[in-house]
Design a protein around this ligand. Structure first.
Ligand SMILES: [Fe+2]
Ligand SMILES: [Fe+2]
Length: 472
């Protein structure tokens, strides 16, 4: 089952050829996907050979094959993790009952919405990143960008497979609409805020893959606990791909920090900007921005939707098995409350706080990565600490939306916010400076742009100076 059949037009491990109707529907969607990819995928590199990994089996060991591929020929397909024998619903009112192979009618609309919302983020990020190849700091980074892009394309396939298989005509229409919305478009934007924000320089790209792809990880962890087993299996396989995206972000920022600190040390008395590297304050502001907009993706702090998803078993918490109580009917959660301009705490039923529970785990995971970044700064003997701002900072969704908080989390007035905003969030000057560093791409194997250190090692045992993308 876990072996992927690559002889098919659509590679898959779901025995697609046994369902001719579904196969035909997906084969009809395929050319539309390819036109979307050609129009909205990485611009300027569609005919180049890229050293990419492709899934060949869906088990955790050795699932990938590495070779040169032109991106439009990438073997996108449908890969589900192997079924877990006798899997039971891991949480909610039906805890312990057998999982569903078909969707119960009463959950159809909600599940469709959940799948469409997840599916929409996948092509969105490809659109956000489509011009980055033209400013890349190295061939190694260029290849990583394209690897992330083709896998986000595959994640779209994963969600479209579910829509086509289980939602009939509505599902097919949703699958078309996924190719029609456009990131940042005024009339037909992507569904979620962070996926409409421009991601047009490499500092943003690394922050995006660190913070926003990590939101993806937590959403996928929650969905992999779903009572709807095909959703659980497809998201479990997506998680194995997602790990690389976060690696790209974490090591990308690590290398930026390494380079900045080294150059500063070698040139005492000069500023980072004089030296053509990215100053730590700019990195902190980019962090503040991408972290805060990624926090919004988890939804409102107190949410009756979250409660009903959990109750129905549509979504769980990340790694549900780590908890003892999987029904959560009598537990409460300490939540902030804002009343009359003052912060206090109140208890809310745990089920209503499930978004916040997931966000808390996400925050801890982010902190682990930020600690690694800080160790790099410390190793250089530089006196600077990157910090995650308070979860209240710069939020557009939930309890804190429409209010102003410092990065430390204190409630402030609009005037103070306006006065200090530019020390907390990226400014036009920051963006212009970062872009000015990147206006000339580096395409020579093994060479790095001045603003970033070389990676410690290459991809799949290849040297750093390997020709990861063949440009001629
Ligand atoms: Fe994804
Ligand atoms: Fe991703």
């Amino acid at each position: 089952m876990s072996q992927i059949d690559h002889s098919q037009k659509i590679p898959n491990n779901v025995d697609l050829s046994s369902d001719r109707k579904l196969q035909r529907a997906l084969e009809k969607w395929l050319p539309n996907f390819i036109s979307w990819w050609t129009e909205m995928g990485p611009e300027g590199f569609q005919t180049k050979d890229v050293y990419l990994r492709t899934a060949i089996s869906a088990d955790s060991q050795g699932w990938a094959h590495f070779d040169y591929v032109k991106m439009p020929d990438y073997r996108w397909g449908i890969f589900l993790a192997d079924p877990v024998k006798d899997r039971r619903i891991p949480c909610g009112d039906d805890y312990g009952k057998p999982v569903w192979q078909e969707i119960p009618g009463e959950h159809r609309n909600t599940l469709r919405r959940i799948i469409v919302t997840q599916g929409d983020t996948e092509p969105a990020s490809v659109e956000q990143q489509r011009l980055l190849g033209q400013t890349c700091p190295s061939l190694y980074d260029l290849r990583n960008l394209f690897q992330v892009n083709v896998e986000e394309g595959r994640h779209l396939w994963a969600m479209v497979y579910l829509l086509h298989s289980y939602f009939g005509r509505d599902g097919r229409e949703e699958a078309e609409a996924l190719l029609e919305r456009r990131s940042g478009d005024d009339n037909n934007p992507r569904i979620l805020g962070a996926f409409n924000a421009p991601c047009d320089d490499w500092l943003s790209f690394f922050m995006f893959t660190f913070f926003t792809d990590r939101d993806g990880k937590y959403q996928l962890l929650a969905l992999s606990e779903s009572a709807f087993d095909p959703l659980s299996r497809t998201t479990r396989f997506m998680l194995t791909e997602e790990a690389h995206h976060m690696f790209v972000g974490e090591t990308g920022i690590l290398r930026v920090l390494d380079r900045t600190c080294q150059v500063m040390k070698d040139n005492p008395g000069k500023s980072a900007r004089e030296l053509g590297v990215i100053d730590l304050e700019t990195i902190q502001r980019a962090l503040n921005f991408w972290y805060s907009i990624s926090l919004d993706l988890f939804g409102g702090e107190v949410s009756s939707n979250a409660a009903s998803y959990f109750a129905a078993g549509l979504k769980g918490r990340a790694k549900e098995a780590q908890y003892e109580d999987h029904v959560c009917l009598d537990q409460v959660f300490e939540m902030d409350k804002i009343e009359g301009g003052k912060l206090s705490q109140e208890e809310v039923p745990l089920r209503n706080a499930m978004n916040e529970v997931l966000r808390t785990e996400y925050t801890e995971d982010c902190q682990r990565g930020v600690n690694k970044w800080n160790r790099m700064i410390q190793e250089h003997g530089v006196d600077f600490v990157l910090t995650l701002p308070s979860r209240r900072f710069n939020r557009q969704i939930g309890l804190y939306a429409g209010l102003y908080f410092t990065p430390e989390g204190s409630l402030i007035g609009r005037e103070e916010w306006e006065a200090k905003r530019d020390t907390w969030l990226p400014t036009d000057t920051d963006r212009a400076y970062v872009k000015s560093l990147m206006n000339r791409p580096v395409y020579e194997p093994g060479k790095m742009a001045n603003w970033i250190a070389a990676p410690k090692q290459g991809i799949k045992g290849r040297p750093v100076d390997f020709e990861y993308v063949r440009l001629d």
